[in-house]
Design a protein around this ligand. Structure first.
Ligand code: SF4
Length: 367
């Protein structure tokens, strides 16, 4: 299949692996930011093909995993309201809140619907003028343009019974927060190509320069990731800390200018809490004043939300790259994809789910 087979070519992969081995003289630790990249690395065993001491640290770039518990609990409370049709992508339905998930709320009678686009939710709002339709808008810079477009259209069309429960997060402030952490071991980043396809690469040179880390923009197929690692290791070995784009077929340096204009109009930057990590200043978006009337948090007074994470779950440490999933004592025992204790086991992009799916069940050092 075009763009799949050719980016999984074993001969080209072997050549890139040989080049990485040839250039590496000492241990390095680099973080792939995106959960999609984590999934691909574990699925293809890329981390096991690298020179000894070159470690992939799995970053916090899984949108489902970092959506804060407080927002999940708020979603559960709004979804339970009798006048509400609550719409979401399917992967949010099993994310555990403090006590239950959206599936449970649905089984108790709430009108929770899985949609494939926020525009589907807008259509449901058109067809149900007597109901309130809420779309759960989470994710990084990649999913935000479609959500922004939907709110823009709702305003243009005068559809007042639609609102967005927003929890958008941004990658560059997360990179800064990771580098500021006293326990940070990251020496280079593989930046997420789909985020950069929207936002371009202009936000990264100041980070590379301030923290002295190479940042390589790359994609999700095995050859994309290997080329990203090759470029990052080469920079580290040569003492450089620059931004390079290993995903030029998708990422223009300037990004998607019309999408960025739409985002600027509909959203404004705000502090956001990341599940398992905490509050990162200026790390997310909320609706701008022009669109505030479509903010589900303001429309529905669901009272004080008191959150309680599972005491067994170490997803916060996983998301910060401090432990690997199989170092959590609940991994594969109390916590499985069928019975997840934390969000990193729910989402297909979550590091715990990837380790479980591809049988990385052993402890570090025993692989
Ligand atoms: S294995 Fe389960 S309990 Fe452990 S960190 Fe991952 S999601 Fe949390």
């Amino acid at each position: 299949m075009k763009y799949l087979d050719e980016f999984s070519d074993p001969a080209l992969a072997r050549r890139l692996i040989d080049q990485i081995h040839a250039v590496t003289t000492r241990p390095w630790a680099m973080m792939e930011v995106c959960g999609g990249q984590t999934h691909s690395i574990i699925r293809h065993g890329i981390d096991q093909l690298l020179p000894e001491g070159v470690e992939m640290i799995h970053g916090p770039g899984c949108p489902v995993c970092v959506t804060p518990l407080e927002i999940i609990d708020r979603a559960l409370a709004i979804a339970a309201l009798p006048e509400v049709i609550f719409c979401s992508f399917g992967d949010m339905l099993r994310v555990p809140g403090s006590g239950r998930d959206l599936f449970t709320v649905k089984s108790e009678g709430a009108d929770v619907r899985v949609v494939y686009s926020p525009l589907d939710a807008l259509e449901i709002a058109k067809q149900n003028p007597a109901r309130q339709v809420v779309f759960f808008g989470i994710g990084f810079e990649t999913t935000a343009p479609a959500n922004a477009m939907t709110v823009f259209q709702a305003r243009q069309l005068g559809i007042r019974n639609f609102s967005l429960l927003v929890s958008h997060v941004l990658v560059p402030p997360a990179i800064a927060a990771i580098m500021e952490s006293p326990s940070c071991r990251v020496q280079a980043f593989l930046a997420a190509g789909h985020v950069c396809s929207v936002m371009g690469t202009a936000q990264y040179p100041p980070l590379a320069s301030k923290y002295g880390v190479p940042i390589v923009v790359t994609g999700f197929e095995p050859l994309d990731i290997l080329e990203g690692i090759r470029q990052a290791v080469t920079q580290l070995e040569e003492g450089r800390a620059e931004v390079s784009n290993a995903y030029r077929r998708v990422v223009p340096a300037e990004g998607n200018v019309p999408a960025m204009r739409m985002l600027d109009d509909v959203f404004e930057v705000t502090d956001r809490t990341w599940r398992g990590i905490g509050t990162i200043p200026d790390s997310g978006w909320k609706l701008s004043p022009r669109y505030r009337a479509f903010d589900a948090e303001e429309r529905f007074a669901v009272g004080d939300i008191h959150t309680a994470e599972s005491s067994a779950c170490r997803a916060g440490e996983v998301l910060q790259g401090l432990i690997k999933p199989h170092e959590c004592s609940a991994f594969g025992k109390e916590c499985t994809p069928r019975n997840p204790l934390g969000a990193t086991m729910v989402s297909s992009e979550g590091a715990c789910a990837a380790y479980y799916a591809y049988r990385r069940l052993s402890l570090v050092g025993a692989e």
